[in-house]
Design a protein around this ligand. Sequence first.
Ligand SMILES: Nc1ncnc2c1ncn2[C@@H]1O[C@H](COP(=O)(O)OP(=O)(O)OP(=O)(O)O)[C@@H](O)[C@H]1O
Ligand SMILES: [Mg+2]
Length: 401
Amino acid sequence: MAKKQAVLVVDFGNSETRAIVLCKKDKKLKERKFTVSNRFAEVDNGFIPDEDYSDDTSMVFNIDTKIGDKNIVGTYVSGEVQEREFSTSFIRPTAQEAKYTAKSTVLSYTKAIFKAYEALADIYSVDKDKLDVEWTVVVLLPPGDIEKGKAKMAELLQNINKIDCTFPQFNKDISLKSVAVFPEGFCAYIGTVFERGVTPRAEFVDTLKETVLVLDIGAGTTDMLIVKDNRVINNSLYSIKQGGNNIVQTLNSSFMRKGVELLESDLEKAVVTGFVKVGAGVEDVSDTICKAKRAVAGIISNKIKTFLETSEYPLNSINKLLVCGGGAMQSENEKITSLSKVLVEQLKGVAPSIELLSTPVQENIVVNEVTKEKNIVKSEVSLRELNILGASIFGERFVGE
Ligand SMILES: Nc1ncnc2c1ncn2[C@@H]1O[C@H](COP(=O)(O)OP(=O)(O)OP(=O)(O)O)[C@@H](O)[C@H]1O
Ligand SMILES: [Mg+2]
């Protein structure tokens, strides 16, 4: 099979790893989107999961690479076998460690590129062992990390030159042509105002002329930047150590004070649903979540106000606000207002004309499982996916036949 030029776009989020594979088939752009868990555990070399585990949901692989001068050598597990058997001592990204020096980035990238081979094998209908691919990798970094982290991130990825997976069995040398690094937040802006082919979306043509304040509310941090004339204003970059996890933590503390210990996964679900299972009962926690959101929004809006006060772009000179990231998402429970709505209300106190940009709508092909009929369904892009969508729009230019 002829060598393929494919692109892997990866968003190493603190909560999960999101990826998009882009390639061309019969001169048409093809894409596959997937999400993988970013939790790993180190195991003994030669570890084999017992037969309860499937290689669709668990993975074991060897790593032999470097981060800067530090050797990273070992065997790691991810997926179901990690969740069930190594749940107490796992490796995951944290807001305290830069993505361009984190071991979790090495592990998440290896897993993502393995999954990317599976995606390409599906697109081209060939066995993944037979694929010969030259990759371009597009990654995101928090805007404030771009300057010091861009070259280090590229080096970290370039150092990983093979996939050595023992469960499922898969070995491949990675041919990596180049690494492109783009700022989170700015990518969300690109994903909002442009569609594939870097074509402005009709409903956002006017936005292209505006000064836009972008807030990316992730798990551990909220990253801010200002976009003017489609470029990032360099001295507008600011990172605030508040995000969706602060809401989860507040909820956790309220139960800890009552002597109730809950699972992190149940607390995360509660933020979305407004309810949590405690013992045999279910408790409505929507009030606690609303209060926590107001508190987090208060800290974020005060920090933004202070930061911009002395800048060239005081808040009252900005009309448009783009809020993205999982922390800003609307909850399933109508009693819980989204953090973006609370924030815009608070910012209006200083900038009365500031308005929240709407979320772009995209078309997805949905196949009816029974009739196999294909339908186009329109839906809003998830606020968690805006960054990777924008990065993949940048990434299109690197796709070869
Ligand atoms: N529907 C929802 N409502 C409220 N919060 C949510 C919702 N879904 C996810 N979250 C919260 O969003 C946060 C994760 O956001 P996101 O996925 O954007 O972060 P990330 O990209 O993984 O991390 P970072 O950008 O900090 O590296 C978590 O704290 C989670 O609790
Ligand atoms: Mg993010």
